[in-house]
Write a protein that binds this ligand. Sequence first.
Ligand SMILES: NC(=O)c1ccc[n+]([C@@H]2O[C@H](COP(=O)([O-])OP(=O)(O)OC[C@H]3O[C@@H](n4cnc5c(N)ncnc54)[C@H](O)[C@@H]3O)[C@@H](O)[C@H]2O)c1
Length: 345
Amino acid sequence: MQVPINFKGKSDYDYTVYINELKDLKFDTKVAIITNPKVAGLHLATLLKKLEAPEVYIITVSDGESYKNQQSVDFILENLFNHRLDRKSLLIALGGGVIGDMTGYVASQFQRGIDFIQIPTTLLSQVDASVGGKTGINNAYGKNLIGAFHQPKAVYIESDFLKTLPSREFSAGVAEIVKMAVTFDKAFFHWLQDADLHNEDDLTEAVKKSVETKAKVVAMDEKEQGIRAVLNYGHTFAHVIENETGYRRYLHGEAVAIGMHKANILAEKLGLLSKQELLEIEALLQKYALPTYYMIDNPEAFYDGFFLDKKTYKSQIKFIFPKGIGGYEMRDNVPKEIVLEALMT
Ligand SMILES: NC(=O)c1ccc[n+]([C@@H]2O[C@H](COP(=O)([O-])OP(=O)(O)OC[C@H]3O[C@@H](n4cnc5c(N)ncnc54)[C@H](O)[C@@H]3O)[C@@H](O)[C@H]2O)c1
């Protein structure tokens, strides 16, 4: 199964997302695989069996969001220079979104930009992070504040890799699937209500649908000047929640699930979503054991937290709401009192 991404007018950016088609990968250049010890232990051997290149180097960085930083980037770069990689060399990201974002960023910087391939191994990175060319790292000021748009040359999604994924991580990926369906595709949402993503065929179909949605959105708006921002549905709230809880209590997808529910509460107050639709979305999230409730002790402080987000432009909070199921609306003029009311619900 293949999903093409076509950037109109910039065909050298085009690439294909291959789903369950990782066969032989042959390159006549040096290749460096960037991964972490956990993923390497589980899946590196599978990749190596399929990979043919004159020289292959494995660079492992510590596992976790806290290592998605400049220090790890420097470590990877140093290895690339030590192994004498050049402008024709290729990087392969083997791992979840952390490895994918960081590898893409290194690829964008090394000798002013080299090719890279994404082999995402978490559900979240398969349906979202690996597609679209947003790369980056975190720093003391926040998440993903340093980065570049750098499209991969190809993305290889393999459902087999997900068999070793812990169930919480799996559900975190489902949150991003629900996100795509709620804002862009009503039929997909209703299909998800009946589907069982623990069933392999249903999962492959959901991954394909999500990737198709993301591919379409990204091709229309690579640099997030417009419609791509809709993919941030739930994220405005999620970022504050992740900040308040020190990035420890929730996985990103879990915070997004809560964030989507909060956005839905506000959307209902604004007349964009019916109570019935709000409950249907909540039920779908809960079907995969995703949290939807988060106690906000201090709504004013939470509200202030919105302004730390890099997407908060000129002191206006840009909210993404569902408009019914399968539609969206972006608003940056929601009165503070209504937001606070929703935060207290
Ligand atoms: N670039 C984008 O468009 C985009 C979009 C969404 C999220 N992101 C980024 O993605 C990151 C989150 O990605 P994530 O949720 O994949 O987290 P992650 O990369 O930290 O992976 C989660 C955990 O699962 C482990 N793991 C990975 N594959 C596994 C497997 N097959 N079996 C068992 N364990 C496995 C990882 O080692 C890690 O411990 C964040 O940094 C976020 O900012 C980027």
